[in-house]
Design a protein around this ligand. Structure first.
Ligand code: GNR
Ligand code: NI
Length: 169
């Protein structure tokens, strides 16, 4: 396993729409294991393939609390097939926008369909932080960042700070 480099804003890769995976092979399985290791090392509760420079529709999440056993999920071609009308507001952060946090409103429950690491279709009903996190990761594979859900004033303030931070690194 290896820890991958996490791409930060501004980088055009983060704005690309990721490609559907048509075959789940050993390379995809290795990538997902590396993504989980990279996510735990960061640390974070989710990671999408474009954040490590690979524009494929792959996400990993683990939203277990620290007092619970690990609950990693590897999801290929994840799709939201149903979301609640009711929304919840959660403070979000992103490993590609380090140091920036803001309240985001999203559907409070989501039904997600995906392929697991063996290429088998799964359907999972999610709520709470897991539902939020999966929606945040599916946004990434569509080239969307959590700041896109904010007012343009708040979004531009964060994006400008990221441009300035890049010049200083
Ligand atoms: O680590 C993360 N925490 C988080 C908190 C609230 C909502 C979403 C997230 S995902 C984020 C890691 C990340 O950037 N994933 O793409
Ligand atoms: Ni993110």
């Amino acid at each position: 396993m290896s820890i991958l480099k996490i791409i930060k804003e501004p980088d055009p890769i983060l704005r690309k729409k990721s490609q559907t995976v048509d075959r789940v092979d050993e390379n995809i399985q290795r990538l997902m294991n590396d993504m989980l290791e990279t996510m735990y090392n960061a640390p974070g509760v989710g990671l999408a393939a474009p954040q490590v420079g690979i524009t494929k529709r792959i996400i990993v999440v683990d939203c277990a609390r620290t007092d619970e056993p690990p609950a990693p999920y590897k999801m290929i071609n994840p799709e939201l097939i149903d979301t609640s009308k009711e929304e919840i507001i959660n403070e979000e952060g992103c490993l590609s926008l380090p140091g920036h946090y803001a309240d985001v409103s999203r559907p409070s429950t989501a039904r997600v369909r995906y392929l697991d690491e063996n290429g088998n279709q799964q359907i999972m009903d999610t709520e709470g932080l897991l539902a939020v996190c999966i929606q945040h990761e599916i946004d990434h594979i569509n080239g969307i960042l959590f700041v896109d859900h904010l007012s343009s004033l708040k979004r531009n303030m964060i994006l400008k700070k990221m441009v300035k931070a890049k010049k200083e690194r």
